[in-house]
Design a protein. Structure first.
Length: 272
């Protein structure tokens, strides 16, 4: 490690400088957080007790040192008890930090993708037709309002029950945003193209292609006739996808959107 300077036999390296700066920044954040509150006065008292304990031990004052050390040994528990509201608030703020949310939301997105893919291929095996619209940046509230509003937690079982042939909701599409199914039995705009790459399109495929032509949404289509799984994106239709290929494409499209958005939020947060 690069040595910056030396005092006697003690050397001060670049790592020591970084350590001091990080500690100073942490102390500044704590001071800023508790400044002007009762917590600041209690914290000052705890620091004073620790300082007295250090002096008593240095002066070899055994009785006073023992008493103060007894207090300082329990300072962590005391700190948690006295600062419970402040600690709860600090942890809440930490959880809302864009840098932390970056990893949490990425994990949630991967889980949501798995749920949708599993549902699609289980319906494919049963040849239950389905249309699953996944929103990205374009708002699809007006499209979702053409169907039955659900605002339900995303799950494989719910998707499969919606598209069960005897279900009253199986006609139309479901619209999914993050981990929420906004609506079912949604009417999608049909594409003007009745065929794609020379292959005739049914109503379900025209609807999936249509929503991708007017928005950046993705649409997974399960064919009722053949059980094949297709994906539409930006006016393009990808037919006969395997489970691994669909997962690869969804990860590439959805997770890249999340990463761009989250990195933008992180930079904005720290610039402010």
């Amino acid at each position: 490690m690069v040595e910056l300077f030396k005092i006697g036999f003690i050397s001060f390296t670049l790592l020591d400088l970084i350590d001091v700066l990080l500690m100073a920044y942490a102390i500044f954040l704590i001071y800023k957080f508790v400044k002007g509150t009762i917590a600041a006065q209690i914290l000052a008292g705890l620091i004073f007790v620790l300082f007295l304990s250090f002096l008593a031990q240095a002066a070899n004052m055994k009785a006073l040192g023992w008493a103060l050390k007894l207090i300082s040994d329990f300072w962590v528990i005391t700190f948690i008890v006295l600062f419970q509201p402040e600690l709860r608030k600090a942890l809440l703020m930490l959880g809302q930090n864009p840098f932390i949310r970056f990893f949490v939301e990425k994990s949630k997105s991967e889980s949501n993708i798995e749920i949708i893919i599993d549902a699609a291929f289980e319906m494919s095996q049963l040849q239950h037709g389905a249309l699953i619209v996944i929103t990205r940046n374009t708002e699809l509230r007006m499209i979702a309002e053409t169907g039955i509003q659900l605002n339900a937690r995303l799950s494989k079982e719910l998707i499969k029950s919606i598209f069960y042939p005897r279900s009253s909701l199986h006609d139309g599409a479901v619209v999914v945003t993050n981990d929420v199914i906004l609506a079912a039995k949604v009417a999608l705009p049909l594409s003007q193209n009745s065929s794609y790459a020379g292959i005739p399109l049914g109503m379900r495929h025209r609807a999936g292609l249509g929503i991708s032509e007017i928005s950046d949404a993705l649409c997974i289509i399960v064919s009722e006739e053949t059980g094949s799984v297709s994906l539409t994106e930006n006016g393009k239709l990808y037919r006969g996808l395997s489970k691994s290929l669909l997962k690869e494409q969804l990860n590439a499209l959805i997770l890249s959107d999340k990463e761009k958005k989250n990195w933008k939020n992180i930079f904005s947060f720290y610039l402010i």
